[in-house]
Design a binder for this molecule. Structure first.
Ligand code: AMP
Ligand code: MG
Length: 342
């Protein structure tokens, strides 16, 4: 059995010296490593450190609203009592999640908590608990309580009409947090920064060399840090969903953390990873999860309809690029057997 928890994307660390290295901070928030990289340009080091501290505080605040493990969070209260008042951030995020569920015809579904519990995704895939594939009847039973129409947001309240239903925002919350971090940087006068929340990256302005940020796309079958290529990014987010982030392998089958709501099991769509590029990180987050579920054809159609650039890596090691990314994608995956096909 092989277990793995790795970050999806990583910043390329450029070698060489610079007189003013960026300020880099690292914290563990919302179950993931959050890295802020802020070059010293127009801002003093004190301003940059203060901005990084404020962003960290804001992200911890958002975690305290959205978490399914913090018992006093809005989402935990909703899951326990099926009716609760919401913080304005939670209301916005739930409304966005419902709208993206509609956009993706339910491939992104914020109400999968019963299936997530059935598959024990939050702990069994990452810790030393014994992983057991649920029986078909357990899956079917949980699936019946995963309809997202049971979730309604009305004014500042949310309701769950299915008594056995439950909300899990793991497929979108980090995107929302990245968007909020960027809006705070801008309010604080920070024009250049790159924030990474596990697989969610948002890069604004330029790096310390005055160039667009270089972001490496993880090779889904190589150790963390090996890439299949890089993209350059300014004022945009790139979010990746991959079957290598959290998984267990048993009897040759990879059980990972992205559930196909139509089968109730980890999606087997022929995709290894999907990276979505957008100015709206919450949207990119939800749509990368949805596109992974839908597979190459359906995922590509969804992302084109939503005007998002993408990098889809299929199990046959083909890399499918949207038109808008073809000129900036620097392919480095040849040695590892990858091919760019679009
Ligand atoms: P991501 O890594 O953004 O693709 O999100 C995966 C996480 O979102 C999982 O760990 C679950 O918490 C949750 N999730 C799994 N499958 C789905 C899905 N089809 N729609 C929405 N959330 C999902
Ligand atoms: Mg996602």
């Amino acid at each position: 059995m092989k277990r793995c928890l790795v970050c999806v994307l990583f910043l390329l660390v450029l070698s060489g010296c610079t007189r003013q290295p960026p300020v880099i901070t690292e914290q563990y928030i919302a179950g993931t490593v959050v890295t802020q990289t802020i070059p010293q340009g127009n801002n003093s080091q004190a301003e940059i450190k203060d901005a990084a501290r404020q962003v960290t505080e804001r992200l911890r605040e958002l975690e305290s609203y959205f978490s399914v493990t913090i018992s006093a969070s809005d989402i935990s209260r909703l899951n326990q009592s099926h009716r609760t008042t919401l913080q304005p951030d939670t209301k916005l995020l739930l409304e966005k999640a419902l709208s993206l569920a509609d956009t993706s015809d339910g491939a992104f579904n914020p109400c999968l908590l019963p299936l997530i519990h059935t598959w024990n995704i939050s702990s069994a895939l990452t810790e030393d608990a014994v992983f057991a594939v649920p029986s078909p009847s357990q899956i079917e039973q949980a699936k019946q309580h995963c309809g997202y129409h049971s979730l309604q947001v009305n004014g500042s309240e949310a309701f769950l009409s299915d008594a056995q239903g439950g909300v899990d925002l793991g497929g979108i919350a980090k995107g929302y947090m990245a968007d909020e971090a960027v809006s705070l940087y801008r309010q604080l006068g920070i024009e250049n920064a790159c924030i990474s929340l596990g697989g969610n990256i948002y890069a604004i302005g330029h790096n310390q060399y005055g160039h667009p940020w270089n972001i490496a796309i993880q090779d889904p079958r190589a150790p963390h840090g090996a890439s299949i290529g890089t993209i350059s990014l300014t004022d945009k987010s790139v979010v990746t969903s991959g079957d290598y982030e959290r998984y267990v392998e048993q009897d040759g089958i990879r059980y990972h953390h992205i559930i196909d709501p139509s089968t109730g099991s980890p999606a087997r769509s022929g995709i290894m990873s999907v990276s979505v590029i957008s100015e709206d990180s919450a949207k990119a987050d939800a749509l990368s999860t949805a596109a992974f579920v839908l597979g190459l054809k359906g995922g590509r159609a969804l992302l084109e309809k939503e005007h998002c650039d993408f990098i889809i890596v299929t199990e046959d090691k083909k890399i499918h690029l949207s038109k808008g990314i073809q000129d900036t994608f620097q392919f480095t995956g040849k040695e590892n057997g990858y091919d760019v096909v679009s």
